[in-house]
Design a protein around this ligand. Structure first.
Ligand SMILES: [Zn+2]
Length: 260
């Protein structure tokens, strides 16, 4: 069975940006793996870091189980991620353990530096996980080849200068919105946290708005847009198009600039 790994920064990033695509891949026989670099240690107004981390890891596991999938915690700490050898090794360890054909991660430019560092770490790990002499700290077989790598959209569909990302295509996830919402709702602590910060019960509404905006970029009701990493060494064909067929639609330039 082929595997797909969605490797985000915080528990709930994946549910916002790529859970619909994962649900479609699960339906087509892929084994689903979710991983996060950090454990969401600052995401609570009332619990301490250890308590909220413990709760968030459980929420992430529950969400992964909806797709009969697995959750992996890389062991990083919220707002303290760095592009260094410690995190490089643990990102490679997770990728070697899962041995995925496809990797999805945060975009290189996003609203939070932790997301951008996660993107760098995962990008690099996807490339070097097959280098036999790279020591990730545990004895595990290196990857046989470099996986397909995709970046999901940035939060609110914009980079730090307010520009839309150069999205290439979107996946029509309209048939999977119920599953996507069910996965997001596993992250109960974050719904409370967002309500505390925004004074608005916005959690699932924000996800729906973002999915709708990505849907508009491809002329469908709900979508998730992606950019494929096409650097040298990575596969150049779009395997998501091969697997998902007509559900994968190229973004058009006019709708890409509408923002949300
Ligand atoms: Zn996040």
């Amino acid at each position: 069975m082929e595997r797909v790994l969605a490797f985000g920064c915080h528990p709930d990033d994946i549910e916002f940006m790529a859970a619909g695509t994962l649900a479609l891949l699960a339906e087509r026989g892929y084994e689903i793996h979710l991983a996060t670099m950090a454990g969401g240690e600052v995401g609570s107004p009332t619990l301490n870091s250890q308590q909220i981390r413990a709760q968030r890891l459980k929420e992430a596991e529950r969400s992964a189980r909806i797709l009969r999938g697995y959750y992996h915690f890389a062991g990083g700490f919220d707002l303290e991620l760095e592009y260094n050898n410690h995190y490089r090794k643990i990102a490679v360890r997770v990728i070697r353990e899962v041995n995925p054909q496809i990797v999805l991660t945060c975009p290189p430019m996003d609203y939070l530096v932790d997301h951008e560092i996660t993107s760098q770490l995962v990008r690099n790990a996807a490339f070097i996980a097959s280098v036999p002499l790279f020591d990730c700290g545990v004895s595990i077989t290196p990857m046989g080849k470099i996986p397909y790598l995709y970046y999901w959209n940035a939060i609110e569909g914009k980079d730090i200068f307010g520009r839309p990302l150069p999205l290439q295509f979107g996946v029509d996830i309209s048939s999977m919105m119920i599953t996507k919402e069910k996965m997001l709702r596993c992250h109960e602590s974050q719904a409370e946290w967002l309500k505390y910060i925004t004074k608005w019960d916005a959690y699932t509404e924000k996800m729906k708005q973002a999915s709708k905006a990505d849907g508009q970029r491809i002329g469908r009701q709900y979508g998730e847009c992606f950019i494929q990493h096409l650097g040298s060494g990575h596969p150049q064909d779009n395997i998501l198009k091969t697997i998902l067929g007509d559900l994968v639609v190229e973004t058009n330039a006019s709708s890409a600039s509408c923002g949300i």
